[in-house]
Ligand binder design. Structure first.
Ligand code: HEC
Ligand code: HEC
Ligand code: HEC
Ligand code: HEC
Ligand code: HEC
Ligand code: HEC
Ligand code: HEC
Length: 327
């Protein structure tokens, strides 16, 4: 038996290391594109020298001294996160008024109107694959939008200084889940943020999902939007959040062969068949396998190979016996 397997075991890791290497190189080159220019980084430091950390300094001309003050938490921008975000190539003043270069900032700037996503991305061919117009329509009919009109806008979930695409670029389902759920929990687990929009008491999310067995595991493996948003074939990430009465509660919606997850969380992976490594391969190898979706790819492959070898062995054995018997 062992002699049958050894050649496979030797070949498989090499093939994988090579594939893995190839893909890592690809992702490195992809990431290397559109980096922020050094000049942009330098200009942004004019803002980030104050907004980049928890304290800032300015000269008080009245007393002639340098004053150190604490920066308000909400106005601190993390450099690393900003330069990893979708809009990393931007100057602060591409979105904010150039008049912010003076301090104290002129009071009227508080009233400055902000761009909406659609102002820049609407009707742009380069972003057609994201379907901004469709997302806009979906969002308009969501529970957030219908209950809160324009107070609730795209920036509420897409932090202007940190948002980056995940669902389309991240390899690990769990990372996507964590990133996307953090967006919702930003309000639904934070009473001060939630109450910026309503005077209602923020319902306790953990209590409200008591009925879900193994809640922690579910929240790590599925996104809030899987149960709370209506899927739309034409867009990758559903934006139409439904009222709570319409949320998915039935286990078989996910735990079945035609799991809704195939049309939502696993959609991109299934479309792209980028089944390199990791747990979503369980889905691709066997669509019905949601619970076992975190099966290890290598284990799956090795067991397939072992199965093949065994079948092969039996076939040879059988043929040999037939030949022997004929003799
Ligand atoms: C000397 C420190 C300092 C510098 C430099 C600075 N800011 Fe500020 N900024 C502050 C402080 C403090 C606040 C909060 C108080 C206020 O609103 O004036 C603030 C507030 C803001 C706000 C929020 C205003 C509001 O009320 O909504 C924006 C936007 C802003 N800054 C953008 C910028 C941009 C863009 C730059 C660079 C062109 C910049 N800032 C440079 C200290 C600074
Ligand atoms: C892609 C556009 C965009 C870029 C680039 C951008 N901002 Fe903003 N910024 C916004 C929007 C939109 C808001 C308002 C968010 C909201 O209302 O929720 C905002 C809010 C702010 C605030 C106020 C935060 C608050 O909650 O009160 C500060 C301070 C700020 N930006 C500073 C900066 C600095 C400094 C940079 C550069 C490092 C920068 N911004 C780059 C779009 C941008
Ligand atoms: C001021 C104009 C402007 C606004 C406002 C704006 N964007 Fe962008 N966005 C851009 C530009 C330009 C790029 C390309 C940046 C680059 O290639 O470095 C971009 C990149 C992106 C990307 C990445 C595209 C890719 O292929 O990697 C996404 C996703 C995105 N924006 C979503 C949004 C969303 C969501 C909003 C609103 C919450 C928004 N943008 C608001 C101009 C804008
Ligand atoms: C209730 C929260 C929420 C609101 C409001 C929201 N989004 Fe999103 N959006 C998300 C989440 C979560 C994702 C998934 C992020 C990821 O993992 O890439 C997403 C992803 C996206 C993407 C990337 C989709 C892709 O194909 O990769 C775009 C574009 C986008 N949103 C645009 C918008 C626009 C435009 C608005 C306003 C009309 C908006 N969003 C409002 C939560 C929200
Ligand atoms: C900016 C804060 C904020 C973010 C981010 C946010 N929500 Fe909400 N959400 C609210 C508020 C406020 C309400 C209450 C609306 C009302 O009834 O007035 C609400 C209501 C809801 C409801 C409806 C509950 C009902 O009474 O029917 C659901 C479901 C929901 N949110 C899910 C989500 C999901 C899923 C996400 C992430 C994709 C998300 N929310 C992101 C603030 C937020
Ligand atoms: C497995 C499906 C599922 C997942 C995952 C899920 N929910 Fe729910 N959620 C429900 C159902 C069903 C209800 C309705 C419960 C009820 O009627 O009491 C609900 C209720 C809610 C409510 C309304 C609470 C109230 O009574 O006002 C909010 C808000 C909410 N969920 C947010 C979230 C957020 C945020 C996440 C992600 C961290 C999430 N949900 C994940 C199915 C789910
Ligand atoms: C939104 C889709 C979804 C819904 C609805 C859902 N589940 Fe799950 N469930 C999952 C996913 C994804 C996993 C994690 C699979 C994995 O990685 O093993 C999981 C895991 C589980 C596990 C743990 C399995 C293990 O390997 O330990 C149990 C038990 C479970 N679900 C039962 C239920 C029950 C009972 C319900 C209905 C009350 C339900 N689920 C509703 C998607 C869902």
């Amino acid at each position: 038996m062992t002699s049958l397997f050894t050649p496979y075991f030797r070949k498989v890791p090499v093939a994988f290391i090579l594939t893995f290497f190839f893909f890592s190189m690809m992702s490195i080159t992809l990431k290397a594109q559109n980096k922020p220019k050094d000049e942009t980084i330098k200009i942004n430091e004019d803002c980030l020298k104050c907004h980049g950390q928890s304290k800032y300094k300015y000269n008080n001309p009245e007393s002639g001294t340098e004053v150190t003050k604490r920066m308000y938490l909400e106005t601190i921008i993390n450099r690393t996160e900003f330069y990893e975000s979708n809009h990393k190539t931007f100057k602060c003043t591409d979105c904010h008024s150039a008049d912010y270069d003076t301090f104290p900032h002129p009071g009227r700037l508080r009233m400055e109107s902000k761009y909406a996503c659609i102002d820049c991305h609407g009707g742009d061919e380069a972003y057609a694959k994201f379907k901004f117009e469709d997302i806009e329509t979906e969002f308009q009919s969501s529970v957030h939008s219908t209950k809160h009109s324009d107070d609730f806008n795209c920036w509420m979930c897409h932090n202007p200084h940190t948002y980056k695409i995940n669902a389309r670029s991240d390899e690990k389902i769990r990372d996507i889940v964590a990133y996307d759920n953090a967006i919702c929990l930003n309000c639904h687990a934070d009473i001060t943020k939630y109450q910026m929009l309503t005077d209602k008491v923020n319902p306790n999310i953990l209590q409200k999902h008591d009925w879900l067995p193994n809640q922690a595991l579910h929240f790590k493996n599925v996104r809030c939007i899987e149960c709370h948003a209506r899927t739309n074939d034409s867009i990758l990430v559903a934006h139409n959040i439904q009222p709570k009465a319409k949320a998915v509660r039935r286990c078989v919606e996910c735990h079945s062969t035609n799991s809704i997850l195939m049309a939502s969380l696993y959609k991109y992976k299934v479309q792209e068949e980028r089944s390199k490594a990791g747990f979503y391969n369980g889905v691709i190898m066997n669509e019905g396998y949601v619970i076992g979706a975190n099966r290890n790819y290598y284990l799956g492959l090795i067991s397939l190979i072992m199965f093949g070898c065994v079948a092969f062995g039996i076939a040879i054995h059988a043929t040999l016996r037939i030949i022997k018997r004929k003799k």
